[in-house]
Design a protein around this ligand. Sequence first.
Ligand SMILES: O=C(O)[C@@H](CO)OP(=O)(O)O
Length: 250
Amino acid sequence: MSVKKLVLIRHGESIWNQENRFTGWTDVPLSAKGVQEAHAAGQLLKAEGFQFDYAYTSVLKRAISTLWAVLEETDLQWIPVEKDWRLNERHYGALQGLNKAETAEKFGDEQVKLWRRGFAITPPALTPEDPRFPGHDSRYATVPASQLPATESLAITIERVIPYWLETIRPRVESGEKVIIAAHGNSLRALVKYLDDISEEAILELNIPTGVPLVYEFDDQMKPVRHYYLGNADEIAAKAAAVANQGKAK
Ligand SMILES: O=C(O)[C@@H](CO)OP(=O)(O)O
């Protein structure tokens, strides 16, 4: 049996992660700390001997910049990179831009947890006239209007991430190519839920830290056999807990 490996990485801290604001499809850059996290992740991958043949990312610069930092550190800037909106963060609707702790003060911790992690709960939707609606952004010009979200739950995010995984990424991993995906907290939660067959209840408590490589290993039938984060386990657990706590009133 030959082990097939896939590396997932959530982007490093963005300026809106730093300011604790709902981000979704808002195209904000990495913070200085996020740039450092992305380079450190690349150095770790290099030190552990990881190589890649092909890379996927979203069309949002915090994931793209993270991927670039990793490819720079691993000296793999030459490999093909495919960007696709289906790897974008879950669309946070009208919550985009609001501070998470202030929103919790106004609506309560429970409501914010439901908006953030409730499996099929959609945040309040944008209207198509709203400048934040993706139909106004030329990068989505080729996406059929019926597929452009005004808000998304994790369940809806799964409906775009998993077909993209099955049709585009998975065959490449299956054929033995070494693939890295740089994406987002919730688009990666969608993929992880699918890969590990996590229940709708259990996925509520799963938080993915910024800028930490998550390695999946598959057998010949593409069944995931194990997964692990690279790096210090205590630090990674503390980073994941910090993500969970972002939605609590101060
Ligand atoms: O704001 C967002 O887009 C996401 C990721 O940063 O946040 P959350 O962890 O609240 O789903």
